[in-house]
Design a protein around this ligand. Structure first.
Ligand code: ADP
Ligand code: ADP
Ligand code: ZN
Ligand code: ZN
Length: 746
């Protein structure tokens, strides 16, 4: 077996004929500024090729059922091992997937209860909310149920004849309505608010007798009476809503609300499973405890199965997620938490000789938690695996056996390996110099021009938090993972201040037909400039309408999915990838076609439009350069941009505004140390222009340069949720119990 993965002549995306030897059974960290080509080599070349080669080993009929991968652009990729990508994609929205089910710790606890629970409910499936043997029959194991919302369903001011039942399918004149309004059971002209208690009960829940309903032509129909609330529940809530037509489903959803299941109280299990106890606790009690507390609880038991559960729980704690509970739905965890949970699953496996690929595993982690995550990366390596990590965090780069630094710049200015070797020798590149540089704490913070407040916030782990957020300055909200930052700012504050502009990594629409130029709103101006110069209609210069190449419909590429081979994307021969038809390409502006202009970087294009006298377009394009995206071409599809690039693209569109309130959740994710500096410069500019900026951040560089810091803690989950410090960054070092303060000092 070879000791290195060998890549020769890689040209994926911006890579410039890259050749590399990546040592096996080592921890290899890939660094470089955002857009330098790290993902292009690690994900789009190595991971894709590994998956493709793996698929080729399957018989054809299996292969046809697997996703197919295009061969990456490279001369040769040799000695690959099977690769597992542990990324930050959300785990998924299924309500049956929880932290416990995805880490498999739930199944260990089920075995524990089936053996030692008193009284035992049966074997282990009797404790599973995903199995008919264990699930609560009322909510089918979801813990939540849709219930009729009477306030929305009825208008108490009106009588039946005036339309007191607001639900259209029971509306005036319908058969359902006739049961109540045309059966002499109620006075159809009496407003509901004047019903006696007995009438109301009869109206909502009555049953056990028959009524004669008068039809339109005087006919009498005898039917069994059923109260309106029960009738609605039976007809609509006892069956799968997805069977209803779109309009009817919307009508139902308008009069129901989701609440905790009354039968199981949200525990998801049936009565038999919930009655079974160990040390006074049910399996649902265990599920609701924070992992750290559950470890202590199970530590008191001396059954071997409890030991296995503790070992698995320790891995969750070690990776900085001790504040989660096993019953937490995976759809509510953040991207960084999702990645770490996936990591836990692999740490328990005994596979060796694999290649593990991580995408910025430090994302969302406080500096205090990074070293614990590091030890898990090293553990994977020591189990005999190759571990590749795309990372910017100095603490992670430090533990690498081998560093591969890409650059020197981004996009067309990057795509080369500028350093490969042990971390101690990484000195001269941009990464090397930044690793050795330190920002100092802001000495003279700006003075706030006013205050925004949050009062008595108690969501999730927040413990009656009241806090002031300064207007007109840069505020950093800090604290270890799980301390309550996103809850306080992303949920409570933003809900109370609806004017806030939330700039997250999903802030820009992503498609193959939108681009940096359309995102900052210059496409109309560019089309108008072409139209004016040539005396034709502006629509001709759009590949989404009149200007589209007829062969590829403006995509520039033709995608062929061949049944028995890898799919092939080839450049459209008619337009040669330019996306426009011949007529559109026959017109020019200062000697350039529209396709040539869209192929310019924003740096080149802003100079071009300044020369063309289009000052407004040039100024907007400068904003791209100012946010560090000068290397992107005007027409590059937003679907190919990284999360960090999309976030900065959104900021570029905001430059020049004033009086706005911006909220950014960990804007340094995906950013190189050099990019972080540029980002803080940019945030400073936004503040100088008269805006308020609030960032949730772990990055010490950002915290040091903020005007105001709000530190939450001291720990995560139940151990957090309090404000430890509010004030200028210089005072944070002295804040009692603040982990952030301790790191800022050291
Ligand atoms: P990094 O991971 O270092 O941030 P990437 O490898 O994602 O950088 O991107 C390198 C360059 O290639 C960037 O300029 C990016 O915009 C560009 N790029 C990435 N994916 C595509 C694609 N599918 N098509 C065209 N350009 C791409
Ligand atoms: P931070 O942003 O500081 O990492 P969060 O605000 O995400 O912290 O989490 C604070 C606490 O609230 C944690 O215990 C977390 O598990 C809990 N929490 C966050 N979101 C949810 C949710 N959607 N449902 C239940 N608990 C949540
Ligand atoms: Zn239930
Ligand atoms: Zn074409």
């Amino acid at each position: 077996m070879s000791e290195a993965i060998v890549i020769t002549g890689a040209r994926t995306n911006n890579l410039k004929n890259v050749s590399l030897r990546i040592p096996k059974n080592r921890l290899v960290v890939f660094t470089g500024v955002s857009g330098s080509g790290k993902s292009s080599i690690v994900f789009d070349t190595i991971a894709v090729e590994s998956q493709r080669q793996l698929n080729e080993t399957f018989p054809t009929f299996v292969r046809n059922r697997l996703p197919r991968y295009e061969k990456p652009e490279a001369e040769a990729i040799e000695h690959l091992s099977a690769a597992i990508v542990v990324d930050q994609k959300p785990i998924g929205g299924n309500a049956r997937s929880t932290v416990g089910t995805m880490t498999d710790i739930s199944s260990i606890l089920r075995v524990l209860f089936s053996r030692y629970g008193e009284p035992s409910a049966g074997y282990s499936f009797a404790y599973s909310f995903n199995d008919p043997q264990g699930m609560c029959p009322e909510c089918d194991g979801l813990g939540r149920r849709l219930e009729l919302d009477l306030g929305a369903f009825l208008d108490e001011e009106l009588s039946l004849e005036e339309g007191a039942i607001r639900f259209p399918l029971f509306g005036v004149g319908t058969w359902q309505w006739q049961i109540y309004a045309r059966s002499d059971t109620f006075d159809p002209a009496k407003p509901l608010k004047h019903y006696t208690d007995a009438e109301r009960e009869l109206f909502l829940h009555g049953q056990g007798f028959s009524v004669a309903v008068r039809g339109k032509n005087g006919t009498l129909n005898k039917v069994a009476y059923e109260g309106v609330a029960d009738r609605f529940t039976r007809l609509y809530l006892k069956r799968d809503l997805s069977e209803l037509s779109g309009r009817n489903r919307e009508a139902v959803l308008a009069v129901v609300s989701e609440g905790v299941c009354r039968s199981c109280g949200g525990a998801r299990l049936n009565a038999k499973a919930l009655a079974s106890r160990i040390g006074g606790h049910s399996i649902a009690d265990y599920g609701a405890m924070e992992v750290t507390d559950l470890i202590a609880e199970l530590g008191r038991l001396d059954y071997p199965v409890a030991g296995a559960a503790v070992a698995a729980l320790r891995r969750v704690e070690q990776i900085g997620l001790g504040y989660l509970s096993l019953d937490r739905e995976t759809s509510t965890v953040s991207g960084g938490e999702a990645q770490r949970l996936k990591m836990v699953r692999h740490l328990g496996s005994s596979l060796t000789g694999m290649t593990y690929i991580f995408d910025e595993p430090s994302a969302g982690l406080h500096p205090a938690d990074v070293h614990r995550m590091n030890s898990l990366l090293l553990q994977l390596r020591d189990q005999g695996n190759t571990v590749m990590v795309v990372e910017h965090d100095p603490q992670v780069i430090e533990i690498a056996d081998h560093v591969i630094d890409l650059g020197p710049g981004a996009g067309v200015h990057g795509g080369q390996v500028v350093f490969e070797g042990p971390v101690a020798e990484l000195t001269d590149t941009l990464t090397g110099t930044h690793l050795r540089r330190r920002t100092s704490i802001k000495e003279q913070p700006r003075t706030p021009s006013g205050w925004l407040t949050v009062e008595h916030a108690s969501l999730h782990n927040l413990d009656d938090v009241s806090v002031r957020l300064p207007v007109g300055v840069l505020t950093a909200v800090t604290g270890v993972a799980g301390s309550g930052k996103s809850t306080l700012i992303g949920q409570v504050f933003v809900a109370a201040h609806p004017e806030a502009v939330v700039v997250d990594q999903g802030a820009i629409a992503v498609s193959s037909r939108s681009s940096p130029a359309s995102a900052i709103g210059v496409m109309d101006g560019i089309r108008a400039a072409f139209a004016k110069a040539n005396g034709v209609k502006a629509g001709l210069f759009s590949f989404n309408s009149a200007g589209a190449c007829p062969e590829c419909e403006g995509r520039g590429v033709i995608y062929t999915d061949l049944a028995f081979m890898d799919p092939v994307t080839r450049t459209c021969e008619t337009c040669e990838g330019r996306r426009f038809n011949a007529e559109a390409l026959s017109y020019r502006l200062r000697g350039r076609t529209i396709a040539e202009v869209l192929a310019m970087t924003s740096e080149q294009a802003s100079a071009f439009f300044a020369d063309a006298g289009a000052a407004a377009i040039a100024a907007r394009l400068r904003s791209l350069v100012e946010v560090g995206l000068g290397y992107l071409t005007l027409g590059q599809p937003t679907s190919t941009l990284s999360g960090g690039e999309r976030q900065r693209l959104k900021l570029a569109g905001e430059l020049g505004r004033t009086g706005s309130l911006y909220v950014l959740d960990e804007p340094t994710t995906g950013l190189h140390l050099a990019d972080v500096e540029a980002l803080v410069d940019l945030l400073d500019r936004l503040v100088e222009q008269g805006n308020t900026v609030i960032v949730i951040e772990h990055d010490l560089q950002v915290i040091r340069r903020a005007d105001w810091v709000i530190d939450l803690g001291p720990g995560g989950g139940r151990h957090g949720g309090r404000v430890l410090y509010e004030g200028p960054p210089a005072g944070l070092g002295e804040a009692a119990g603040s982990v952030t303060g301790r790191f800022l000092r050291s």
